[in-house]
Design a protein around this ligand. Sequence first.
Ligand code: NAP
Length: 315
Amino acid sequence: MRAVAVHKTGDTPELMELPVPRPTPGEVLVRLTAASLNPIDAGIAEGMLPMPQVFPLVLGVDGAGEVVAAGEAVRGPAPGDLVHGQFLRAPLGNGTFADYAVVTEHPDSGALQRVPDGMPADIAAALPTAGMTALGALEAIGLRAGQSVLIVGATGGVGAFAVQLATALGAEVIATARPGADRWIRRLGAARTVDYTAGDTAEQVRKTHPDGIDAFLDLTRDTARFGDYAALVRDGGAATSVTFTAPPELVASERIAVSNFQMADKPDLLARITAEAASGRITVPVQRTITLDETPGVLARSAAGGARGKTTVRV
Ligand SMILES: NC(=O)c1ccc[n+]([C@@H]2O[C@H](COP(=O)([O-])OP(=O)(O)OC[C@H]3O[C@@H](n4cnc5c(N)ncnc54)[C@H](OP(=O)(O)O)[C@@H]3O)[C@@H](O)[C@H]2O)c1
């Protein structure tokens, strides 16, 4: 089968011909039709996830496709079922940038479920990691209707989901966006955008919201700025980082509730974010679709930033 993989940690991902993986008891084999990119793909190639690995290590955590075989003791998905999810399993190395991947039926770290009737494969593949993170992180800050929230890093995969979910809740969304991405992010629901390349973001928000904001969601790796943004949050408000940028002294703060978000109960989050998309309450922000052949090059360039919504892979 074709697969985008690395021979060892730190290698540049390349398209390879590899054997089709075999499902062990409790696993299913999926013939993929679509996958989607996430920043964690590059992290896995660099060995950043503290999980056992097998090499060649096939990359890709999000995918959608058809179950073609089930190992012993599989009770749920059956051959012929269309499924999607976050294909994280130990050992890492049977990812979704491939013709086939194996996934556990009851994953301890991923999530797999049937694709809702009529949902296209690329949409199903774009939902899992970014959608679950956006939903979980907004719940972590307890955002409610009528509140204001600053979303920093709003133009990426997680951000494009978070902007829509927060807007659907009835919150006022202030989203960071470079020029060129601002109109798109306002179409997704942001009430206001801040150009983070044109001066201090916190200062710009303070001008429009002199009494502060209710919540802050950090989707960037800009550790140095977390405190500046958290300072905008009114007493009793909340802030969370999905990238562990919240420093311990702020996590201990009694003025506002600060956390470093860690995803829990992924099957529940996947079911609920998929229901949001299936109902049309949010759109799945696919901005670009590439082929498996193009994937190594796009992964290599992703370190330079510039992600807009989700990029999906047609397998
Ligand atoms: N904790 C978890 O469970 C979890 C789960 C999923 C993702 N994550 C993490 O969450 C982060 C976001 O994920 P993603 O999928 O949305 O990534 P992404 O698609 O790569 O998007 C990141 C976005 O942030 C923007 N950005 C970068 N630096 C910025 C800054 N200083 N100010 C404002 N915007 C900035 C980027 O735009 P430009 O490049 O144009 O600046 C890009 O649009 C990643 O670091 C990812 O690893 C964590």
